[in-house]
Each structure stands twice: as structure tokens, then as C-alpha cells.
Design a protein around this ligand. Sequence first.
Ligand code: S3P
Length: 166
Amino acid sequence: MIIGLVGLPGSGKSSVARLLGQHYGWDTDDTDSVIESRLRCPIREYFESCGEPAFRDVEARVLREQVERSGPLVLATGGGIVLRQENRELLRKRCLVFYLRSTPEELARRLRHDSKRPLLQGVDALRKLRELSAVRDPLYRQTAHYVVDANRPTIWGLVHWICMQL
Ligand code: S3P
């Protein structure tokens, strides 16, 4: 089985993946980390030098490889993975997908010191997160088998909720 985690930046996908993996003794991975080690360069730099479309191509390739793994695996994904229909279909077909849903306000608060996310640099982060949420919320819902309230005060509550569905 592969558990896929989707949601906006800052929703806790990587932390939840790590904790779930530790809890069950399953492998964990993160499409962003695989991409960075493949490109040998931080995503932000790649975005700046090659542009978003090139990044999305690499991301789609990495996702295809990851979902071919036999599992058990918990796979955290980049926030924009759902922008491509092929990725949404692949995730839905090959993984049990959880959408970690948070409000843009909560995400902006969590990411207020972040300098890694290329889409949030040099802009009003709250406004950008509201825009991203408006576009992507329906796409995350289409992709996911479960929607999880990720505004919870502790990550343990979130992990516990997911464990109860397995
Ligand atoms: C992106 C989110 C990032 C990363 C890239 C693009 C996005 O991942 O894949 O910067 O489009 O929302 P996180 O969701 O882990 O921040």
C-alpha cells in the first residue's frame, strides 16, 4: 500500500509522512526531496533558473517512479502536484490519498519565516495562499480519498486521525 499526502505548502505533509512511517515502520519519501537530490539543486533555484513548467515535468516523472514502488510507503507530495490531471489520476489510482486541509490564514502563520518556497517569495504570502487554495482545493478534493482537518493544534492529532482510517 502507498499512502499519498496532498495539500498546500505548510499543511504538514512531510512531518505527517515521517511520523506515520515511524509509527508503522514503513518507508517514507517526499517528491520534493527526491527532486532535489536528482537535480542536485534546491527547488527554489531550479524554479528561478529553469522555470515552473520544467519543474512540473520533473515532478511528474518522479511521481510516476514513486507510485511504481511496491510499498508500504508514505509519500508526501509537493503542493502543486495536483495541477496536472495525469498526476491526480495516478495518485488516486495507485495510492490511498489524504488531503491535509488548512486555511490560508493558518498556513501563512506557519510559513511566515519560510524562504524555501519559490511561489511565496517576494509576494504577500496570505494573498498568494488564498489564490492557491481557491484553485487547488477542488483539485485536492478530486484526488483524495479522505479530507483531513490539518488546522489541528498538534500534529499528533492529525496522525492519529489518519491511523484511524487505515
Ligand atoms: C509547490 C510546493 C512545494 C514545491 C514547489 C512548488 C507548489 O512543495 O513542490 O516549491 O506549487 O505549491 P511543498 O508543498 O512541500 O511546499
